[in-house]
Design a binder for this molecule. Structure first.
Ligand code: FAD
Ligand code: NAD
Length: 479
């Protein structure tokens, strides 16, 4: 793409950091011919996270929920450069980024290609930007609880799903060598999921379904030996949902014999046990030990180190503990050219795909308006004809006036709770709220997620995965 636009004005550079919901929504909706667009992310694909809890059990194949960044970039009007790297440092004053080659894959997690002979060096580069779109998401919060980082799996990225599956099978296969009445066999066959938010609930439900519907065919009797425990610190799971739906979810868990431990705060884990404190109804507390073979930690989000490093450079971000503070146009407080969206920010909106997606659409349109304003100012600077100048000034005023603040429209929340049932808190405009749960909601949940997917290819793949599971069941290979 030429460094100049057709009117002779300089084409500014927009660097988009990340390839998740916020970044890809911005890219997809941006007129990329207006800018020199560079996408920097260690993950060269977009991941449709709402269906990630279905991956460890094989209900959904990983490939069915990922879209390559380059394919998305190609579908935009201009040229886009993709760099497989992570930003390691940002100099806000100089509008400069330091990036390092970093590759993310489902099998190996993060991997860096190095260069040089005996003294291998990482591949590092610097890039300049006019506007930075900071959309690097969040990481799983561990709250510094001892043992989590070492022993627990998360459910955030593609390699997490692969690790959970491997652990499930390693523990199942290993348990078969032990006598039926062995305590160690019982421990190996215990899956413990910590965090009763939507991630923990959906994963625990998927694993329980898998054991009862499929693993029981391959390893007879395993459904009576294997347990799934969901541990939640608060009195209920799915706290953002309507109370009726929380009760409904808990009743389904009881029917499925999914072991739900509420009021149970995890304090420490080691290689075999989770140590927690249970709050009793009278106000007393009791210490409990929950043995596990597979442990998943899903207790919400914490900021990534780079987000903290950016906040530390800016006076206005001194109070930003949980994410960057942004204004009504998604501009990072204390900067004039860094926009942030999605889970790396802290706003009144929840950290969801729905929010990041809507912010991306807004930001794409905002950037188009900024480009138009820039062009009109350039043309005013080049023009001497008084009539033309009046016309250009009017267009500039109109464009500036068309810039409105970002407004989030909540459409509701959905969660899968097992046994082909889902719960939904739906919102239609300002006038109607519907809370519903059950098998019909499950069908709605499926159709809503398919409609949210980015491309026709992934929509077809996901639907065919569901059909495959219905016809053949899920398989029992470790990979
Ligand atoms: P992400 O989507 O996490 O993307 C961050 C991107 O930044 C990634 O591409 C990452 O590789 C990249 N990155 C990280 N560090 C760097 C760096 N240093 N430099 C460059 N790039 C970097 N929300 C819903 O609304 N509905 C749901 O049903 C739902 N289900 C979910 C299920 C699961 C299992 C999970 C984990 C989340 C779910 N969410 C759901 C929440 C939703 O996924 C997040 O809110 C959303 O992904 C946030 O988008 P984001 O762009 O901020 O971050
Ligand atoms: P969350 O923050 O929604 O829930 C985490 C849960 O872990 C909380 O209920 C918290 O009380 C509990 N917890 C924290 N510390 C604990 C401890 N020491 N011991 C036991 N429990 C503890 O996290 P999430 O489920 O990962 O979701 C993150 C975001 O992604 C949310 O905004 C959520 O809405 C969104 N999301 C949405 C969906 C969906 O809509 N279906 C699915 C997954 C995630």
């Amino acid at each position: 793409q030429s460094p100049l636009k057709p009117n002779g004005n300089r084409r500014k550079t927009v660097v988009i950091l990340g390839s998740g919901w916020g970044a890809i929504s911005t890219l997809k909706h941006l007129d990329t011919s207006l800018y020199n667009v560079v996408v920097v992310s260690p993950r060269n694909y977009f991941l449709f996270t709402p269906l990630l809890p279905s991956v460890p059990t094989g209900t959904i194949d990983l490939k069915s929920i990922i879209d390559p960044v380059r394919t998305i970039a190609k579908s935009t009007p201009g040229e886009v450069t993709y760099l497989e790297a992570e930003a390691t440092d940002i100099d806000i004053a100089k509008k400069q980024l330091t990036i390092q080659h970093s590759s993310y894959s489902a099998t190996s997690g993060v991997h860096h290609v190095t260069i040089g002979g005996d003294e291998a060096k990482p591949i590092v580069a610097t890039i300049e930007y006019d506007y930075l779109v900071f959309a690097i998401g969040a990481q799983t919060a561990t709250f510094g609880i001892p043992g989590i980082e070492k022993y627990a799996y998360y459910l955030k990225e593609t390699d997490d799903a692969a690790r959970i599956r491997r652990s499930l099978f390693e523990t199942i296969e290993a348990s078969q060598l032990l006598p039926k009445d062995s305590e160690e066999r019982k421990r190996l066959l215990s899956v413990v999921v910590c965090g009763g938010g939507p991630t923990g609930v959906e994963l625990a439900a998927e694993i329980k379904d898998y054991i009862d519907e499929d693993l029981s065919r391959f390893v007879p009797g395993i459904e009576n030996e294997m347990s799934v425990t969901l541990v939640e610190a608060l009195p209920n799971v799915l706290n953002a949902f309507n109370h009726k739906l929380i009760e409904y979810t808990e009743s389904i868990f009881e029917k499925q014999q999914l072991d739900l431990r509420v009021n149970t705060m995890v304090k420490k884990v080691d290689d075999k046990n989770v140590y927690a404190t249970v709050k009793k109804s009278g106000g007393d507390t009791e210490n409990v030990t929950i043995p596990y073979g597979t442990l998943v930690w899903a207790t919400g989000n914490g900021p990534r180190p780079l987000t903290k490093a950016v906040a530390a450079q800016i006076e206005e971000q001194k109070t930003a503990r949980r994410g960057l503070l942004i204004g009504e146009h998604l501009l990072v407080d204390g900067t004039d050219s860094v926009f942030a969206l999605g889970d790396c920010t802290f706003t009144k909106n929840p950290p969801t795909a729905q929010v990041a997606h809507q912010e991306g659409i807004y930001l794409a349109s905002h950037l188009a308006k900024l480009s138009k304003i820039d062009d009109l100012k350039y043309e005013i600077g080049q023009n001497t004809d008084p009539e033309q100048l009046v016309r250009l000034q009017r267009r500039l005023d109109r464009t500036q006036a068309s810039i409105l603040p970002f407004k989030y429209t909540h459409q509701g929340a959905l969660a899968y709770i097992g046994s082909e049932r889902a719960v939904a808190d739906l919102v239609w405009g300002d006038w109607s709220n519907v809370s519903t749960g059950g098998s019909l909601t499950f069908l709605f949940w499926r159709s809503a997620y398919v409609s949210m997917m980015l491309g026709v290819r992934t929509k077809i793949l996901v639907v065919s995965d569901w059909i495959k599971v219905k016809v053949f069941g899920r398989d029992c290979s470790k990979e």
